[in-house]
Design a protein around this ligand. Structure first.
Ligand code: PGA
Length: 249
């Protein structure tokens, strides 16, 4: 089995209006990469982003989806609706969704299953809080979230795991390389134990990735890319991160 390409994923969160799509032009100008490049803009920009990229070398994804296919869920979007406008990916279980919208592992698993059904690749996020790390619970928390948030039917082709320590998101703080390596090894072992193709799942690190620390992070074993927030908003920052991932090969 060929392992899927490494993945540089940008999560724009609730940032950007139509004018921000100019950043995609700048990214496209950098040419094709060996790694896969993904932008997850706000829902309002998914369709215009797909149109703007016009089959170029950037994939587009959503930041969340509902577990149901359709129905009375005001304000929500289904995975099928994301796929309909050209999304290939959807992030599920981001810590901001888990906190702001009280999403638990079961809800995240149902969303990932809905993504699979719609033909999307789910990026399932896990990560410990600072208090959990301080009390030595990190690996337990990660194992529990992974077991509960990744549905049956997940494969290396339709699921990506993002390790995002909550305390590293948007803070400028990152774990040490040893800490990232420890969690990614635990994720890999758990995936191999549960799924026949567990060795092929891409494992992203996320949390304050920036041009200055990307190369060091991408050199860590079992890091197959990054989920990038703030530094994905500008091509001048995201471009060098993509280039650093590409350089690892
Ligand atoms: P950050 O966010 O890169 O701004 O820390 C990462 C994320 O939340 O995906």
């Amino acid at each position: 089995m060929n392992k899927p390409r490494k993945l540089a994923a940008g999560n724009w969160k609730m940032n950007g209006t139509l004018a921000a799509l100019a950043e995609l032009d700048a990214l496209l100008e950098e040419g094709d990469r060996d790694c896969e490049v993904l932008i997850c803009p706000p829902a309002t920009l998914i369709h215009p982003a797909v149109a703007r990229i016009a089959g170029g070398g950037i994939a587009v994804g959503g930041q969340d989806c509902h577990a149901a296919e359709s129905g009375a869920h005001t304000g929500d979007l289904s995975a099928a609706q994301l796929a309909d406008v050209g999304a290939d990916y959807v992030i599920v279980g981001h810590s901001e969704r888990r906190t702001d919208h009280a999403e638990d592992d079961g809800a995240v698993s149902a969303k990932a299953a809905a993504a699979h059904k719609a033909g999307l690749t789910a990026i399932v996020c896990v990560g410990e809080t600072e208090a959990q790390r301080d009390s030595g619970e990190t690996l337990d928390v990660i194992a529990r979230q992974l077991a509960g948030s990744v549905p049956e039917g997940a494969t290396a082709g339709n699921t990506v795991i993002a390790y995002e320590p909550v305390w590293a998101i948007g803070t400028g703080r990152t774990p040490t390389t040893d800490q990232i390596a420890e969690v990614h090894a635990a994720l890999r072992n758990a995936l191999v134990a549960r799924f026949a193709d567990g060795a092929g799942f891409r494992l992203l690190y996320g949390g304050s990735v920036k041009p200055s620390n990307a190369a060091e992070i991408f050199a860590i074993a079992n890091v197959d890319g990054a989920l990038v927030g703030g530094a994905s908003l500008k091509a001048a920052d995201f471009g060098p991160i993509v280039a650093a991932l590409d350089a690892v090969g």
